[in-house]
Ligand binder design. Structure first.
Ligand code: MN
Length: 227
């Protein structure tokens, strides 16, 4: 088959320990999945998880440069555990959920917070606050065959060496199994999907020139330069 214009390259992510790459279909993000972050954003209820998506070509791999996005003066970092899906389906049970996981990484859910706040006030979609170009920095994926399925471990993010987010995966309101199961009731989860699983508290602004470093114990680290 040939295309009428050059086809865009398929999105993919480095996999630790191999030259082969993880192909990316969709990026789902879970909102408000740590209680302390829900509170800092003005919510303290315990409602079911909700989702939004970023386009697959918004991925930015570690070592990359993050161009400060247009039309915003308040861009925030949100460090998150990322789940890479190898299988999938609909109505996946909590018990079977981890069988669908290829591996884990960490990512930053970059957010135009000022645009998001306006959208919330006006009842508009979050699209341009969340789904802009380069809005999904990501570390290499580590296969679950190597590290298992971590349900605890330090998750942190630093700006210019100063730690700004410092929490533990065991503080997630909805764990990975519950997240996959719930998501699969709304969408057909499929191979190549990434799930950004929500951020702990401590989110804050970035500026051009900042060096962002982040990590999750046992999974890996990530480094992005804001330009
Ligand atoms: Mn987030």
């Amino acid at each position: 088959m040939s295309f009428v214009i050059p086809a865009p390259p398929p999105a993919s992510v480095e996999v630790t320990g191999t030259d082969d790459r993880f192909p990316v279909r969709r990026i789902y993000c879970i909102g408000r999945n740590y209680l302390a972050h829900r509170k800092e954003m003005g919510h303290d209820d315990r409602k079911p998880p909700f989702y939004f998506q970023k386009p697959a070509d918004a991925l930015l791999e570690t070592g990359g440069e993050f161009p400060y996005p247009s039309q915003s003066e308040n861009v925030h970092f949100e460090i998150e555990l990322v789940v890479a899906i190898a299988k999938g389906g609909v109505n996946i049970s909590i018990e079977d959920a981890l069988d669908n996981v290829y591996g884990y990484g960490l990512g930053i859910d970059m957010t135009r917070r000022d645009i998001q706040s306006e959208a919330k006030q006006d009842g508009k979609p979050w699209e341009s606050a969340k789904s802009f170009d380069h809005s999904a920095p990501i570390s290499p994926i580590r296969p679950a065959s190597e590290i298992g399925h971590p349900d605890s471990g330090r998750i942190w993010l630093a700006v210019n060496g100063e730690v700004r987010q410092d929490s533990d995966l065991n503080l997630q309101i909805w764990n990975v199994q519950e997240g996959i199961s719930h998501l699969s009731k709304l969408y057909q989860v499929a191979p190549g999907d990434l799930i950004y699983t929500g951020t702990p508290d401590g989110v804050g602004p970035i500026n051009p020139g900042d060096l962002i470093t982040a990590g999750i114990d046992g999974i890996g680290e990530l480094e992005i330069k804001v330009v």
